[in-house]
Write a protein that binds this ligand. Structure first.
Ligand code: MN3
Length: 207
């Protein structure tokens, strides 16, 4: 489970060293991404909640799940900034220095049922990631119909769609331009080497 689910939000440390994902994702990008980009979402989320104290008892996921019950003046900055915190934490937690591991056990069984094979999943996921226009994420999510691949725009989350996220890939340019410039395909290929499939299986099993 993610730590620090309630206001005031703090930038919890990465679950690995900044250089742990080298050579696939570089240390400088990880510093920028975690310490600058995620920190900004945390600061802005705290600012919104400071001015709207009635929302301070909501967890991060509750804020996102209940967006349509929050007045639009507040729900837009919540969508962007609570989403930015949730999505980045999910993305960072889904990677590890266990390079080149593959889905196993229950996760493999569910993925094979949904996509046919790991190779077919990778092809589908990569296509979806390349097709995100502008900024956003690609997710593997669980719903009543099993696993599927779903893109989201900006800092929108699958949580507000009632979907259960298992795996996230951040395809905002800030996630890769220092290393891969505008080559999103190279970034996606590199990311596959550092996906923590054990963590994805834990998410799937609700652990
Ligand atoms: Mn990002």
């Amino acid at each position: 489970m993610m730590e620090n689910q309630y206001y005031p939000f703090v930038n919890t440390p990465l679950p690995y060293d900044y250089s742990a994902l080298e050579p696939f994702i570089d240390e400088k990008t990880m510093h920028l991404h975690h310490d600058k980009h995620l920190q900004t979402y945390i600061n802005k989320l705290n600012e919104v909640l400071e001015k709207n104290a009635w929302l301070q008892s909501y967890s991060l996921e509750e804020l996102l799940y209940n967006l349509n019950q929050i007045p639009i003046r507040v729900s837009e900055p919540i969508r962007n900034n609570a989403g930015g915190v949730y999505n980045h934490r999910f993305f960072f937690e889904g990677m590890s220095d266990k390079k080149n591991n593959i889905p196993e056990g229950y996760l493999k069984k569910e993925m094979d049922a949904a996509f046919g094979s790991f190779e077919k999943f990778q092809k589908l996921f990569k296509e979806a990631a390349l097709n995100v226009f502008g900024s956003g994420y690609v997710w593997m999510v669980k719903s009543g119909r099993g696993l599927s691949v779903v893109p989201t725009k900006n800092q929108d989350t699958p949580v507000e769609l009632g979907l259960f996220p298992v795996l996230a890939l951040d395809v905002w340019e800030h996630a890769y331009y220092l290393k891969n410039y505008n080559d999103r395909a190279a970034y996606i290929d590199n990311w596959f080497f550092v996906v923590d499939w054990k963590k994805a299986e834990e998410k799937l099993m609700g652990m």
